[in-house]
Design a protein around this ligand. Sequence first.
Ligand SMILES: *Cc1c(COP(=O)(O)O)cnc(C)c1O
Ligand SMILES: [Zn+2]
Length: 439
Amino acid sequence: MSQEHTPQPPATISLQCIRCGCTYPTDVVRYLCDCGGLLDVWHDLEALRPQLSRGLFDGRLSGAPGPRVAPTTNSGVWRYRELILPATADTIVSRPEGNTPLYEHSRLSRWVGVETLFLKHEGENPTGSFKDRGMTVGVTQAKLMNAQAVACASTGNTSASLAAYAALAGIPALIFIPAGKVAAGKLAQALAYGAHTLQIQGDFDDAMSLVRQVCDQMGVYLLNSLNPFRLEGQKSIVLEILQGFSWQPPDWIVLPAGNLGNTAAFGKALYEAQQLGLVEKIPRIAAVQAAGASPFYQSYQTNFAERITLKPSTIATAIRIGKPVSYERAIRTLGWTNGVVTSVTDQEIMDAKAMVDNVGIGCEPASAAAVAGARKLIAEGVIMPQETIVGILTGNLLKDPAATVDYHTGVWPEAQFANPPVQLEPTMEAVRQVIEAKL
Ligand SMILES: *Cc1c(COP(=O)(O)O)cnc(C)c1O
Ligand SMILES: [Zn+2]
């Protein structure tokens, strides 16, 4: 092991193949096992069990931050550092992330068909999506590895987040995005944060295979969710939910599923929390795909006898993925959590989004798949109305303004909740007529 350039990683973590169990040290760059299997960051749960407790994590829920926001090891990600990446305050690259709100709204819950639907709003992270939770860890690890450059392929939010964190760390970032298929807000972020942005004539899966070759051949550090450190950061969504419910877990966590990184991370977090005795029972996971980009759902229907891949098509660009990277990790999550998979149409996604938006919460299209999926699973009797459900709103309303405006201005003829703007003459009489008609 070379120790001249990279600090010695803490002894409690290593990389472990999820297929054959082979382990590798974390101070050498590696994304796959020699057998081709995906890697996990493995924590020594036996050694951690006596050190970790609910009280330790609750004690880090300190008060409001001071006027100067410094990287903090009490953030929504780093307060769980023993379970993520044991890094110190002077090494972490953080805005900080997490501590996202858990909303509920009676009108929305009624529409979904439950007593109370909780919504964890990950769109309220620094760059507007949950990707920040993975990226703070991924870029911190890149810094620990002395990476000269970092890269990812992205449907948009990963690149927005990587661009920001690489800029914070002062590391050049290379971003591969499918040309013409990234929402305006996300593309704007990548450019604004100074990332080298490469628009590929192809879809996400083409961009993904290209970035993997670039990283292998040019020594650039890969920060797609193939990289297991990102998933460690994303586990903190679940840890925060458990802690937010005073370690009395909800019955269900429902989330949108594209590349399956979050589905994978959630399962691992729940498995580890239960192994460590932080919770007695764990929620079931429901992963929701868009009907036009549902390879995981279709594979699930074959009981995973067949791994289906396809050319994806959906309005929800963040989950427009035909060959999900974390496929095997996500299957493991279903086993650990007695999880289910479903799919929803673009129409269902956009109507659910309009409801989430209309109660004053708001989200991007992919996020609304969680709400549409919860509604479907309740209608089907898979989820019971009195059960406690947490839906994950993965991204911010402002990420994809075009999708929202199209919905409300007639591009979606079946839009149930369209709120079109009114055109009128600049006269008091015209305004009076509109107001009398509307109110
Ligand atoms: C990345 C992303 C997803 C999909 O998450 P996966 O981990 O790829 O399944 C869903 N919604 C938003 C807003 C995202 O940015
Ligand atoms: Zn292996």
